[in-house]
Design a protein around this ligand. Structure first.
Ligand code: AMP
Ligand code: MG
Length: 338
């Protein structure tokens, strides 16, 4: 079964062609970062216009690279939620056009869930139930996934997502946008002394023991207060402590989610998982607690991409879920894929 995946929810225009949900035939990603850089954040109107410009050339590229023609497609999977409405509509319209011409079934889906289907492309078969940890520019959350097609929220963000916190803290140091890579690079220049005390307060210290929640806007404020009080602190040292405090909350939440759900298998995904310190820390945490831990090996699979959409689409097609023209896009996440 050959499927096309279309992802246009935010600032990547991406198309992927996948065979049987696990063999990648082609993947193209156009990142809009340079367009949004001057604004230090994503501008919705710029995003949707860029999707419109890039989507047809990218379609031609993936078809050519995979030696697949539109009439060969068994399904077209497309992100329908969550995301920027104008951007989602661009991807949805391409899926509708292909359906109108070739009658190809459409699988409209939630791209957050697709992050947890990308591992099939690296040879990891899905085993359920599983906990999904998603850390990206717009989300910090843990989900219980009983099967593809359904995700229940165990804990979500109360304010800024973790990627957003990296972007904002980078702004405090006039480091470039997006802030994740330059902060990681700065932090890696610092080696803490043995027994060095945390410079920043722990996040959500008073959260009830049986709750899972993320909050990072206070961390950005704590960094700016620290810089005001101690302007001579080195950038690498502050970046190191920022990462350390942020990742401590991720680890604490994961531990609680395991205790609450009893699920000992974790898949982590999202743009922030490109961070090597975080990946190593989560792997070590899983090993220490005898948990199964998976995360995409290829960094390109951490971010939003069309291949993961095609991979999830395959599993939803197997469950008999497909649509024709009668679907809508949604800025908010749905519990099920419908
Ligand atoms: P996404 O929303 O999945 O496209 O991911 C983009 C977000 O991931 C942005 O907020 C980036 O700052 C963040 N990000 C990318 N690379 C890294 C990294 N190495 N460390 C931390 N955050 C990162
Ligand atoms: Mg993005």
């Amino acid at each position: 079964m050959i499927g096309l995946g279309i992802e246009t929810s935010c600032d990547e225009t991406s198309l992927g062609i996948v065979k049987d949900g696990k063999e990648l035939l082609s993947l193209k990603i156009y990142s809009q970062i340079d367009l949004h850089k001057p604004f230090r954040g994503i501008v919705p109107e710029i995003a949707s216009r860029a999707h419109l410009e890039k989507i047809n050339p990218l379609l031609e590229e993936v078809l050519e690279e995979s030696k697949v023609s539109l009439s060969d497609l068994d399904y077209v999977a497309v992100t329908r939620s969550p995301g920027l409405t104008g951007s989602l509509m661009v991807g949805a319209q391409l899926a509708r056009c292909i359906h109108a011409i070739h009658g190809t079934p459409i699988v409209p889906l939630c791209h957050l869930q697709a992050h947890f289907a990308v591992l099939q492309l690296e040879g990891v078969e899905p085993v359920f139930p599983v906990l999904g940890l998603l850390l990206s520019g717009g989300n910090s959350a843990i989900y219980r996934i009983p099967h593809f097609g359904k995700m229940e929220t165990v804990g979500d963000t109360m304010d800024d997502a973790l990627g957003e916190a990296f972007d904002k803290v980078a702004g405090l140091f006039s480091l470039p946008y997006p802030g994740g890579p330059p902060i990681e690079a700065q932090a890696s220049l610092y080696t803490p002394e043995s027994g060095e005390k945390d410079l920043l307060p722990p996040m959500l210290r008073n959260l009830e023991q049986d709750r899972v929640a993320f909050s990072f806007s206070g961390l950005k404020t704590a960094v700016s207060h620290l810089l005001a009080k101690q302007p001579d602190l080195s950038v690498p040292k502050v970046c190191y402590h920022f990462q350390n405090t942020a990742f401590e909350l991720v680890e604490r939440n994961l531990k609680r989610a395991v205790a609450i759900t009893g699920i000992r298998r974790i898949i982590a995904a999202g743009g922030v998982l490109a961070n090597t310190t975080l990946r190593n820390r989560l792997s070590a945490f899983a090993k220490k607690n005898s948990l199964e831990f998976f995360s995409p090996q290829k960094k390109i699979y951490c971010t939003d991409n069309g291949a993961m959409v095609a991979a999830l689409g395959y599993y939803l097609m197997q469950q008999g879920y497909s649509k024709s023209l009668d679907f809508t896009v949604s800025p908010v996440r749905q519990e099920t894929y419908i």
